[in-house]
Write a protein that binds this ligand. Structure first.
Ligand code: NAD
Length: 359
């Protein structure tokens, strides 16, 4: 089977971490006997410089015709003063919209070697492995009516939290399916004690759950979840929630693990999934071979799991990352006493070596 992957490196450190991800993918190809067809496209500032638009039609067509999209990062000071609709970041919204990506998956996994990098006590965070499934295209960020309007005494600003049955069903399905690839526990987070939209959310998630009897479902109010994430994060496997609650909780969960450079993400919806690290193009460190490539490499592991169901291969990557860290290899952002600080390329090569050693 040939798997077609659109490779969109983008800007800044995106161009430095993507080659490391490709190196890992090529190793997987050799070790496990697969064939990945990698097709490069322009996106973000790089595309603006070349053809004066952040998401050229060629790139969008390439993404649509691929099985999965690997994205580095977009943006940078060079393009900051362009009008909003011409900025590099518009490419992300365009890709999400045209690929129908309504589910954002953000894992927060603690690598044992890095427990000291967290602001929480090691015994609280050691071993956490959480997946936040956030609804991405509905809820209060898109609901209507919205606006700011005059009142006799001043102004009023308003937004609408709205979810349809269909929107809740499809995100719940993503969460239950993801749980089947993990520890089979879903916590659905809402505010059903106050919001009608949450009341419907809870009811529909419970109905969808009937089709997944092998997965355990728990419900939790969002305020309690925010507290439980710092009190006892190990109780969670998959968290599924609305756009706004997910925006907040996924950042909270990410910070449990320490560095922004370590974390991958997946956006799913139609047949094409998109995979990218959670960080941006980091212009402050771009071009210096010091960016952490682990979030990008872990995004490859997510792609293998969710787009190609190659879980053995994904596990091999995760374990190679873990062993590389245990051997003391660190990029600057996660360096600590007694560790060996290496550059972006060296970190990528070290992870490839671990992959080969295990084969
Ligand atoms: P950022 O995530 O790029 O950087 C925040 C901080 O984290 C910086 O100090 C950076 O050096 C550090 N950092 C980020 N990734 C790192 C890595 N892999 N290794 C080591 N350190 C890392 O966020 P920002 O500075 O707010 O944004 C910079 C640009 O990226 C902006 O143009 C922004 O719009 C864009 N952006 C793009 C995406 C995306 O492409 N998905 C996401 C967020 C921001």
């Amino acid at each position: 089977m040939t798997m077609r992957i659109a490779v969109l490196s983008g800007d800044g450190i995106g161009r430095e971490i993507m080659p490391q991800a490709i190196g890992v993918l090529r190793e997987v190809e050799t070790i496990f006997g697969h064939h990945f067809e990698l097709l490069e496209g322009l996106v973000g500032g790089a595309a603006i410089d070349a053809v004066e638009e952040p998401l050229p039609k060629d790139t969008l067509d390439l993404a649509k015709q691929s099985d999965a999209v690997l994205l580095g990062a977009v943006g940078g000071p060079k393009w900051e003063n362009l009008p909003y609709h011409q900025r590099p970041e518009r490419a992300l919204l365009g890709l999400r919209e045209h690929l129908g990506l309504f589910a954002n998956l953000r894992p927060a996994r603690m690598y044992s070697a890095l427990v000291d990098a967290s602001t929480l006590k090691p015994e609280v965070v050691d071993g956490i492995d959480i997946l936040v499934v956030r609804e991405l295209t509905g809820g209060i960020y898109f609901g209507k009516p919205k606006g700011i309007e005059p009142t006799p005494t001043g102004q009023r600003g308003f937004n609408t939290e709205v979810y349809t049955t269909e929107e809740i069903v499809r995100i719940a399905e993503v969460a239950f399916e993801a749980a089947r690839k993990r520890r089979r526990l879903v916590t659905s987070v809402d505010k059903a004690n106050v919001l009608e939209s949450s009341e419907l959310w809870r009811r529909v998630v419970t109905e969808v759950h009937e089709r997944y009897p092998d997965v355990e479902l728990r419900h939790m109010y969002v305020d309690n979840c925010a507290m439980q994430l710092v009190r006892n994060p190990k109780q969670f496997d998959v968290i599924v929630t609305t756009n706004m609650f997910g925006d907040i909780l996924s950042d909270e969960a990410a910070m449990l693990t320490g560095s922004i450079g370590m974390l991958p993400s997946a956006s799913l919806g139609s047949s094409v999934g998109m995979y990218e690290p959670i960080h941006g193009s980091a212009p402050d460190i771009a071009g210096q071979n010091i960016a952490n490539p682990v979030g990008m490499i872990a995004s490859v592991a997510m792609m293998l799991t969710y787009s190609f169901d190659l879980r053995k291969e994904a596990d091999a990557i995760e374990q190679a990352i873990e062993r590389t860290l245990t051997r003391g290899y660190r990029t600057q952002d996660i360096a600590g006493p007694g560790t060996r600080v290496v550059g972006t390329r060296e970190m990528g090569e070290a992870i490839c070596r671990e992959l080969r050693a295990d084969a």
